[in-house]
Design a protein around this ligand. Structure first.
Ligand SMILES: Nc1nc2c(c(=O)[nH]1)N[C@H]1C(S)=C(S)[C@@H](COP(=O)(O)O)O[C@H]1N2
Ligand SMILES: [Mo]
Length: 221
């Protein structure tokens, strides 16, 4: 009886140690994964130094989403008079393009200053004729990630969804085809791989990180 017990204990200890070793090895493996370089990216904008795309830390909830440009659709729906489904080209070529340098601050402590290019969310909203009952804009992404902002944010500020960063088409690992440039808000509002923009009157709505305790306002101090 004692012997069986000892065997069980030994087995448990061996399993535990094996588990710890595996976690350390996986950690070392990912630390040593080479980071991609972007040799043709823009690093200077009107005399201003920009961060490199390769400095951005990948922390997506379900890893990189590989969206196909030709089958991609951006849905605009909810409390709008005219719901839409745009192709990639209809978004990029169907609205005025803007560029702006904005810094993304992640709650993990890092930040990156990037030149963004894209179209105003406000222009998309206007084309769908937003209902007067709508209060918030919910963004949905291909990985199931969501985040939301008050409708007024897009009228008080010039907020774009970007299809280019530092002069390059946004790489798939950085959110192709579109990332929200949520100026003055923390990184978790900068939703990538956007597939849907939904108008809602539910002011209690919380996105992925917001339901896990992060501030819904997310203003960078
Ligand atoms: N779809 C999706 N978008 C996302 C995330 C995610 O996990 N999924 N993570 C957010 C967080 S926490 C940060 S800090 C930024 C990082 O964006 P970047 O890789 O473009 O710098 O993406 C945000 N957008
Ligand atoms: Mo983040």
């Amino acid at each position: 009886m004692e012997k069986v017990k000892n065997h069980k204990q030994t087995a448990i200890i061996v399993l535990l140690l094996g588990g710890i070793a595996a976690v350390i090895l996986i950690g070392v493996y990912f630390q040593n994964q080479p980071r991609r370089l972007y040799p043709s990216e823009v690093r200077d904008y009107q005399g201003e130094n920009l961060s490199s795309i390769s400095n951005i830390i990948d922390n997506a909830i379900r890893g990189t989403q590989d969206l196909n440009q030709s089958t991609y659709r951006l849905t605009l729906n909810g409390l709008v008079d005219s719901p839409r489904e745009y192709t990639y080209d209809q978004v990029v070529n169907g609205f005025p393009n803007y560029e702006i340098v904005v810094t993304l601050y992640c709650v993990q402590g890092w930040n990156t200053k990037i030149l963004w290019q894209g179209v105003l969310v406000r222009d998309l909203l206007n084309q769908s004729r937003v209902n007067s009952t709508a209060k918030i804009v919910i963004f949905h992404a291909a990985d199931g990630y969501t985040t939301a902002m008050p409708l007024s944010y897009f009228y008080d500020h010039d907020i774009i969804i970007a299809n280019k960063m530092n002069g390059l088409v946004i790489p798939i690992e950085k959110g192709f085809p579109f990332q929200l440039v949520a100026e003055s808000k923390y990184g978790y509002k900068w939703i990538k791989w956007i597939t849907q923009i939904e108008l809602s009157d539910n002011t209690n709505y919380l996105g992925y990180w917001e339901t896990r305790g992060y501030s819904n306002n997310a203003t960078v101090p």
